[in-house]
Design a protein. Structure first.
Ligand code: G1P
Length: 294
């Protein structure tokens, strides 16, 4: 029987150099999109996908993340005495949301290394990985879409997206063959090979890995075995390639819109589009944008 995925790992120990100086004293995972920190979007996605336990792999200077998901007695008390009921509910919802555990990654040695740090907290069971830079706006949460595939095949599943050739070398890229699934042939793939950040000319396809993974615990052995790869780091993509020798891995071209909030352009796009979708802000903001007459 397929074991249920109960835990999601959030690597959050990166230095956030692309957002300096904003990230000098603040973790990039806490940058707000409209009024919610990046990482909260991912945590909510996990929760809405049925994953209850969150493991955040943090580094130095990341205590704001822990404070964010913790209870803030002073703030709650203040809001209570000022009768700010709605705000109080919003603040409480964050700390009540989910069970969070933290583990330190002392050195930023790569995504694969970050996932390996979570081994003890994950144990020998399947788990999800969410990269909070990748914001995915979807009717069915992206992780839920992957879990549906995982529950069918009992095998690891990666989120895939077609990206333009000129951008492909920013991603892990797969060589994959389409598999018939749910009466269709257009979303599910069986992975044949994976390469982390290939040169555009060497990319095996235009199918990039996006930051959602459902993994089985064999990945830990693979991550312990492999050598540093692209950028001198232990890469999750390389770990997956190693694991592919012994078991099938699937890829799923998810439904939904993905924003690369780890990039300035992507961050701005996500801010604008998510604000436009908001019931409390959208209408006025749309009017404002139209008035700009760009
Ligand atoms: C990471 C992964 C890469 C993946 C990407 C998705 O790269 O290593 O395989 O395609 O996330 O966002 P990063 O963007 O952290 O360099």
């Amino acid at each position: 029987m397929t074991r249920k995925v109960r835990k999601a790992v959030f690597p959050a120990a990166g230095l956030g150099t692309r957002f300096l100086p904003a990230t000098k004293a603040m973790p990039k995972e806490m940058l707000p999109l409209v009024d919610k920190p990046l990482i909260q979007y991912g945590v909510e996605e996990a929760k809405h996908s049925g994953v209850q336990n969150i493991i955040i792999v943090t580094g130095r200077g990341k205590s704001a993340i822990e404070d964010h998901f913790d209870v803030s007695f002073e703030l709650e008390h203040l809001l209570e005495t000022r009768h700010k009921k709605d705000l109080l509910a919003t603040v409480r919802a964050v700390s009540d949301m989910i069970d969070v555990a933290y583990i330190r990654q002392k050195e930023a040695l790569g995504l694969g290394h970050a996932v390996l740090r979570a081994h003890e907290l994950v144990g020998e069971e399947p788990f999800a990985v969410i990269l909070s830079d990748d914001i995915i706006d979807a009717e069915t949460p992206c992780l839920r879409q992957l879990l549906d595939v995982y529950e069918f095949y009992s095998a690891p599943v990666l989120a895939l997206m077609e990206v333009p050739h000129e951008n492909i070398s920013a991603y892990g890229v797969v060589d994959a063959e389409p598999v018939a699934h749910n009466g269709g042939r257009d979303r599910l793939y069986r992975i044949r090979n994976l390469v982390e950040k290939p040169k555009a000319a060497d990319a095996p396809s235009n199918l990039a890995i996006i930051g959602r993974y459902v993994l089985t615990p064999e990945i830990f052995t693979s991550l312990e075995t492999i050598q540093p790869g692209s950028g001198g780091e232990i890469q999750l993509t390389d770990g997956l390639k190693h694991m592919l020798r012994s078991r099938p891995i699937y890829g799923y071209k998810f439904e939904g819109k993905r924003y690369d909030a780890g990039d300035k352009q992507g961050f701005l796009q996500a801010t604008v589009e998510l604000a436009l979708k908001r019931h409390d802000l959208g209408e006025d903001f749309r009017r404002y944008l139209k008035d700009l007459k760009l």
